[in-house]
Design a protein around this ligand. Sequence first.
Ligand code: MGP
Length: 302
Amino acid sequence: MSAAATLPPQAAAANANTLADALAAASISSSSSPKPDQENDDDLEDGEIRDDEDEEDDGKVKTVFDDASRFNVKHPLYSTWTLFFDSPQSKLLPKTPSSTPATPQGTHGGWMEDIRKVVAFDSVEEFWGLYNNIIPPSQLPGKANYYLFKDGIMPAWEDPKNKNGGKWSIQVPKEKSKGAIDKMWLYTMLAAIGETFETPLPGPDDKEAPAPTQSDLVTGVIVSSRPAFYRISIWTRQAPDTSLTEADALMSRVLTIGRHFKVSVLGYELEQKLVTGGFQTEIMFESHKDSEKKGNKNKIII
Ligand code: MGP
């Protein structure tokens, strides 16, 4: 398997695009403010340390590029996202109102009871703050999941935004993928919060990468650690009838998401057959309704 070792161009573009849009929206430039440290360090005597607590807010716009800890402007994402988590251990912990998602009782058949809300965020800075402070998927115990979902959507088939939907997923063998799964998950999250999943791949004659298209079909992304494999899933609000061709608009949008996931996020070739050490690592789509059926054959494989 050849999951990319560095940020693939479109994942990097998604991240850069999110930042650029945020900067434009805030009408600021990352280079417009002088760096406070550069500005004031000359005032300090040898060995003197500035007391940040006492420093007055000078009213200037400070982005994270100006000052990594004392910025006062954040770069907004298109949407608010919520990270949820569950594991066999988390199921044993006492529940608190802030960690248990507020859902009407019984709506999710008990499925949501053991899933903990970690935090909601709506800026690039909060995403990286969260990412840098939680353990990566490679260190999760077997049977644990991270769920990153949009705008108040619960990570459950029963949520109204998911109930007619489905998922793209890939399963990779655990032992062979420990070194790759963390980046696969990071790039998946970046494509989700950058909302670039619906961006088509460049065609053979296109000189430039297509402009990102905001991804409205995607409701969330999940990474699951299981005893023998990792799985990454991308959930969509709708699922096409698998007998349709790409001429159908929904089928075309869903295929675009799957191809973007395979090529731009995971770094595979579009036509590449994905078999790792005898383990089938196909990227496939199935509706949530079909995935409940044993031996479901209504799948799309790319
Ligand atoms: P899973 O964890 O998505 O699949 O679902 P996996 O990893 O193949 O199975 P595991 O046993 O190794 O964890 C496992 C089971 O959880 C499903 O068969 C359902 O019974 C239940 N389940 C999963 N999801 C995503 C939902 C959901 O959204 N709603 C409800 N009610 N049950 C779910």
